[in-house]
Design a binder for this molecule. Sequence first.
Ligand SMILES: Nc1ncnc2c1ncn2[C@@H]1O[C@H](COP(=O)(O)OP(=O)(O)O)[C@@H](O)[C@H]1O
Ligand SMILES: O=C(O)C1=C[C@@H](OP(=O)(O)O)[C@@H](O)[C@H](O)C1
Ligand SMILES: [Mg+2]
Length: 168
Amino acid sequence: MKENGHVFLIGFMGAGKSTIGRLLADRLRKDFIDVDALIVQKENKSISDIFSEHGEAFFREKEAAYLKKISGGSIIATGGGILYFSETLEWMKQNGTIVYLQAPFSILYERIFQDSNRPLAMTKSEASLKELYSKRHDVYSSAADLIVPTDCRVEESVDLIIERLQKD
Ligand SMILES: Nc1ncnc2c1ncn2[C@@H]1O[C@H](COP(=O)(O)OP(=O)(O)O)[C@@H](O)[C@H]1O
Ligand SMILES: O=C(O)C1=C[C@@H](OP(=O)(O)O)[C@@H](O)[C@H](O)C1
Ligand SMILES: [Mg+2]
């Protein structure tokens, strides 16, 4: 784990970034920030309302901007689309350790299917979500310092992240 750096959890919707982030922060006694929750709080609107009222591009600008304002040494659950700007990934590389939470598409699809809090899961077909997953998988993989599976029990994923962060 980089000294004074953040731990960024990245990965597709349903990979467990929000769930694992909270548990990891408790175990490591660090602050936990979920970028989606931060946007909702700052904009005082749900993610679905931000998407429908202002569009996806507006949401992407906000998530990149709010991410960069988080103070050092936090455990950060990003949203699945944080890879939208390559410049944001570069910034993350410079400012902490990037952990890609990975699971097969079929498992993630079951977790996010018709989730009204995830506008992309509501509006895209299974085939187009699968295509998005494939494209993003390559980007997440090449940005990651560590890749950790989440097609197992949550506690196993958390233990594995802690073990690997200590070696990193
Ligand atoms: N090994 C695991 N790691 C993380 N989440 C898991 C795991 N197994 C099952 N889950 C479940 O998958 C869902 C992941 O949702 P969430 O944490 O919101 O993902 P994300 O923030 O990546 O979109 C939760 O309901 C969680 O309980
Ligand atoms: O993958 C995406 O583009 C998105 C993922 C969501 O976060 P989770 O990955 O936590 O579901 C949220 O930021 C928004 O709905 C867009
Ligand atoms: Mg999340």
